[in-house]
Design a protein around this ligand. Structure first.
Ligand code: ADP
Ligand code: ADP
Length: 236
């Protein structure tokens, strides 16, 4: 079953300043199955950020369809899209994006409280996911009171606490030293293997891509290669 299915996805930016249109996506087709861990790679300007913005529901395509969980998000009203995005997607950013005025526990609880979940259930789910990631001792700490690695795991906890259908990661290792990058990638691999989490990661980093099951290469706004990694190439 496809979690994500893009057909002829096209995005043309009409630059009003110099009246030059840029075709960022040019009829891109992409299918991602439930439980896959996929990397998107490609040179600068190939359309990766544009694709991620469309998948995240932050921008609308000029043409084409984009099905997530069987629903064409290009046909949704803004309100429904916002709800869909909150429930079905989890985001891991390059700079963690934890809120400094909230504890780790409160940060991780956010996707659940935004969704109207009740206090007890929220606490249970937050504790459960923090245990899963080995950061339960820091539930009352503020982001600046914990290490970078703990912040990173809290950011991942926040991205998965509401059990999204798809986890989107934008250059997640971009600002990490190589030990932290490996730890994060191993964590993604564990979530993918143990929880069957579906992960789509945009990255420049070949090391990061080597942790995924499939590497999709984008060039000039289309997929030009999709490489399934074999088991013995995969890192542990
Ligand atoms: P990547 O993330 O792979 O570097 P982008 O999606 O950012 O690629 O860009 C793809 C193409 O679209 C590039 O030619 C870029 O200049 C153009 N582009 C991206 N965003 C905009 C925008 N907001 N307005 C005009 N052109 C844009
Ligand atoms: P449960 O037994 O309550 O279903 P799991 O062991 O399946 O718990 O999951 C533990 C935690 O991992 C959950 O709290 C949830 O946040 C996260 N999780 C579970 N499934 C997924 C998934 N498919 N994608 C992302 N995160 C998930």
């Amino acid at each position: 079953i496809d979690i994500l299915s893009a057909h002829g996805l096209t995005k043309v930016y009409s630059n009003t300043r110099n009246k030059v249109a840029a075709t960022a996506l040019n009829g891109l087709d992409l299918h991602i199955h439930a439980g896959e861990f996929v990397s998107i790679m490609g040179p600068s300007g190939s359309g990766k950020s544009t694709l991620l913005n469309l998948l995240a529901g932050l921008d609308r395509p000029s043409a084409g369809s984009l099905f997530l969980q069987g629903q064409d998000i290009t046909q949704m009203t803004a309100d429904r899209l916002a709800l869909f995005r909150r429930r079905q997607l989890g985001f891991v950013f390059q700079d963690f994006n934890l809120l400094d005025t909230l504890t780790l526990g409160e940060n991780i609880a956010l996707p659940l409280s935004l969704d109207g979940m009740k206090g007890n259930t929220i606490t249970q789910r937050v504790e459960e996911v923090m245990r899963l990631l080995g950061i339960e001792a820091y539930i009352k700490r503020y982001p600046y009171e914990v290490s970078g690695g703990q912040q990173q795991r809290a950011a991942v906890a926040r991205a998965i606490v509401h059990r999204p259908a798809l986890i989107l990661a934008d250059e997640p290792t971009g600002n990490l030293d190589s030990a932290s990058a490996r730890a994060l990638l191993a964590l993604f691999q564990r979530l993918n293997r143990d929880l069957q989490a579906t992960i789509l990661m945009v990255t420049h980093d070949p090391l990061a891509a080597s942790y995924s099951q499939r590497v999709v290469c984008i060039k000039d706004g289309v997929v030009f290669q999709s490489l399934q990694r074999t088991g013995d190439q995969q890192r542990f």
